[in-house]
Design a binder for this molecule. Structure first.
Ligand code: HPA
Ligand code: MG
Length: 209
């Protein structure tokens, strides 16, 4: 829906000094992210069928999650009701050398997962790239019989590697570059940068593991 195609010159923005050479350009400025989140939160509130468990997928989604929850707190349904929601945080690891879906590790106990039965879940993710992790996560969560599961991702990447999965809500559709900032990392760097930027070749080499 919102396709970001062009980049903006980094010279036109405040970039942390320590990352200046490590980014090529700005893809989505922080202010635009916040404006878009207001509308995404409103769309979520409009569709909500009851109270939500908002599940943050760590670590990448943490910054987006904080701003989205703040916007959701203020959002109202068409009949001017606010949406009750609770917080949940999970680390999710997909098995890389196994193609079958449903092979995903979630950093929650079996008892915690069982408590999702009959509840409305909202999964909050930073980026859907190939779509494999999300498909596997949804497959796994279904076993615990939640009333509903919806997914909101800040970004969706337009990549030929995509398995076709599209989240229920997303902030921006982005081209096939490696993006960093606003929670998104490259080997744990860049998460604290406020704009979403395209990493430079210098940055890739500097922070390679
Ligand atoms: N940036 C950061 N993390 C990611 C990306 C990306 O472009 N794609 C999948 N994880
Ligand atoms: Mg992620």
């Amino acid at each position: 829906m919102i396709n970001v195609d062009s980049t903006l010159p980094k010279e036109a923005f405040v970039i942390p000094h320590h990352y200046y050479d490590d980014v090529e350009s700005v893809l989505i400025p922080h202010g635009l992210i916040l404006n878009r989140i207001e509308k995404v939160a409103q769309d979520i509130a409009n569709d909500a069928q009851g109270s939500l468990i908002a599940c943050c997928v760590l670590k990448g989604a943490s910054v987006f999650y904080a701003d989205l929850m703040n916007a959701l707190r203020k959002a109202q349904t068409p009949d001017r009701k606010s949406i009750p929601f609770s917080y949940e945080f999970m680390k999710v690891k997909s098995y890389e050398n196994d193609k079958s879906t449903g092979n995903v590790q979630i950093s929650l106990s079996e008892d915690e997962l069982k408590s999702y039965k009959g509840k409305h879940l909202l999964i909050v993710e930073d980026i859907v790239d190939t779509g494999r992790t999300m498909v596997a996560l949804l497959e796994r969560l279904k076993q615990y019989e939640p009333a509903s599961v919806k997914v909101v991702s800040m970004l969706v990447k337009r990549t030929p590697e995509s398995n076709g999965y599209v989240p229920d809500y997303f902030g921006f559709s982005v081209p096939d570059y490696f993006v960093v900032g606003y929670g998104l990392d490259y080997n744990e760097y860049f998460r604290e940068m406020e704009h979403i930027c395209i990493i430079s070749d210098v940055g890739k080499v500097k922070y390679a593991v």
